[in-house]
Design a protein. Sequence first.
Length: 223
Amino acid sequence: MNQENKPLRVLVADDHAPTRDDVRRALDADGRFNICCEVADAAEAVQAAVRKQPDICLLDIRMPGSGLAAAWEIAARLPQAKIVMLTVSDEDTDLFAALRAGADGYLLKNMNMRRLPDALHGVYAGEAAMPRELVARVLERFHGREPRWRPLVAAGGSEGRLTSREWEVLALLARRYTTAEIAASLVLSASAVRAHITSVVRKLQVEDRAAAAELFRERSGSA
């Protein structure tokens, strides 16, 4: 088998074992894929992605540690990898947060799993994978008047840009996580989390962590 015809390597991250089993059955039945790793939380997903270098990462949003946080980190570390969220949530908040985190596709767990291989193969080929009703919401939001898609930080210079880790911390702050909860989710020390928060507050030029979280919620449409 030549290089171009090698199966696409897929990382599956979901804390729900039956879902992992469904995904494995769907992809194992299709010769275009090889599941290179299965994990159950965000920290393991990031570590496995860096170690295994998959072509596609299939992430659950609500797994421990936050699939959104994992998406941010994987997108930053492995820009060549395709990221697809597989979730029960059809809420706008999760959909748009996933897209901002770098997701190339957003699929619902109630989909017919026989369609999963074609959806993932399409994503790898540069297509978007998303239910039609969610595509309509994306277009509606994109054409709306509110500045939902503006970056949190002005593009003038690298000094104000948040790192991928700062984005993770900010996203969890916006979900009202405490310092201890953020530390546990991201496998960091509390002091490291506080340092990231201080940096975020400075870069966003806001008064405190509450203001940073509120700004994130406003700009992401989750206020």
